[in-house]
Write a protein that binds this ligand. Structure first.
Ligand SMILES: *Cc1c(COP(=O)(O)O)cnc(C)c1O
Length: 376
């Protein structure tokens, strides 16, 4: 059996090796390593794929979130609402900009922001909300958009884990994750669903004025060369990464299908097991399974992880410590017990290997070892 990995980037690369190698060597020979034509080409393809008017590439997903927030002219002290059950970058950029992160709880079935908790957390200082489409499935955006509109709030979507997922509105309209709010941010970190071979990220918006502002911010606040109208940052996607992403974008939907197939296999194997809850699939969103995350019941989750590891099966805990209990984000407003769903999830979830290259032999081995532990 092929060695089981959390994410198997090597096997995925080998299937498209010729295409990738040629594209990378072309960039090297062109010597246009920064802002080469590949960046523009990928940007156009990505705009078309997402059905969004503007994509602005940048250096990574954290920058994408930061620049998105900078473009909205938020002021120090403004409150930005997001969930405590997320990767740190979401909360980090809010704090870095001198804004106040306001954390709320998630829905137990989807791991995503709970619209009622969001609504209750709104104060006169609230200016924006950051829905995080966690693990590959969209937040209940219709509910979030309604509440945000009623309260005049910006929506900044963190789409780092759900690129390619479709949200289905109640009128049947479909939109890609990241394109429903004022601005969306994503990451091309190698292990993401659309990953490059280094760091990369992008910002999306349908607002042309905002897009112009974002393009200026990522380029040192520079509109005309060496004239700086605003304080910006240096955040670029390089040409090699853009060339790789242009190729991988063609396969993104196939990759999502492969992930869903693996998820179906897991779902079938664990169906009706009293100790395991398989990931919910919302009626309003497709799932692109960035992670396959089980909820465990009445078993020692950490022992399960150890057992799998000892059988050469990697398994990860996303995320073991909620943001409101992280040392860096300790805030007198929050204490243990404030976000019961998030806290329960952080103690009970476990993510199994999930990528585009899992074969039946591997899946069978993983599921039988999980069941061996939980049924004993
Ligand atoms: C990966 C990730 C990010 C950050 O992306 P980087 O490219 O690593 O900076 C932000 N938010 C979420 C939810 C992520 O999973």
């Amino acid at each position: 059996m092929k060695k089981i990995q959390m994410v198997d980037l090597k096997s995925q690369y080998q299937k498209i090796q010729n295409e990738i190698d040629t594209a990378v060597i072309d960039v090297i020979r062109s010597t246009q390593y920064i802002n080469g034509p590949e960046v523009k080409n990928f940007q156009k393809d990505f705009e078309e794929y997402l059905g969004v008017k503007n994509v602005i590439p940048c250096a990574n997903g954290t920058d994408a979130l930061q620049v998105a927030m900078m473009s909205l002219d938020l002021k120090p002290g403004d409150e930005v609402i997001t969930t405590s059950f997320t990767f740190v970058a979401t909360v980090e950029v809010i704090a870095l900009l001198g804004l106040t992160p306001v954390l709320v709880d998630v829905c137990e079935d989807t791991f995503n922001i709970d619209p009622d908790s969001f609504k209750k957390a709104i104060t006169p200082k609230t200016k924006a909300v950051v829905p995080v489409h966690l693990f590959g499935q969209c937040v209940d955006m219709e509910a979030i958009i309604k509440i945000a509109e009623e309260n005049n709030l910006y929506i900044i979507e963190d789409t780092a884990q759900a690129i390619g997922a479709d949200y289905i509105f109640s009128d049947g309209n479909k939109r890609k994750a990241g394109t429903m709010g004022h601005v969306g941010a994503t990451s091309f970190f190698p292990s993401k669903n659309l990953g490059c071979y280094g760091d990369g990220g992008a910002i999306f918006t349908n607002d042309d004025e905002l897009a112009k502002k974002i393009a200026i911010i990522v380029n040192h606040g520079m509109h005309v060369r060496y004239y700086h109208d605003s304080i910006g940052v240096n955040s670029r996607l390089d040409s090699v990464q853009a060339a790789i992403l242009k190729i991988k974008l063609k396969y993104l939907d196939e990759y999502a299908d492969a992930r869903r197939e693996a998820a179906d296999y897991y779902d079938n194997a664990f169906a009706d097991n009293p100790k395991l809850v398989t990931p919910a699939r919302s009626s309003f969103s497709t799932h692109v399974f960035h992670q396959y995350t089980l909820k465990t019941k009445d078993i020692d989750r950490d022992k399960l992880q150890e057992y799998l590891m000892s059988n050469d099966i990697p398994a990860m805990i996303y995320y073991p410590v909620p943001m409101h209990m992280q040392k860096a984000y300790i805030d007198p407003r929050y204490k243990e017990g404030d976000f019961p769903v998030t806290e329960k999830l952080s103690k009970s979830v476990i993510s199994l290997p999930m990528h585009t290259e899992l074969d039946e032999e591997q899946l069978s081995h993983i599921t039988s070892k999980v069941l061996e532990f939980v049924n004993k």
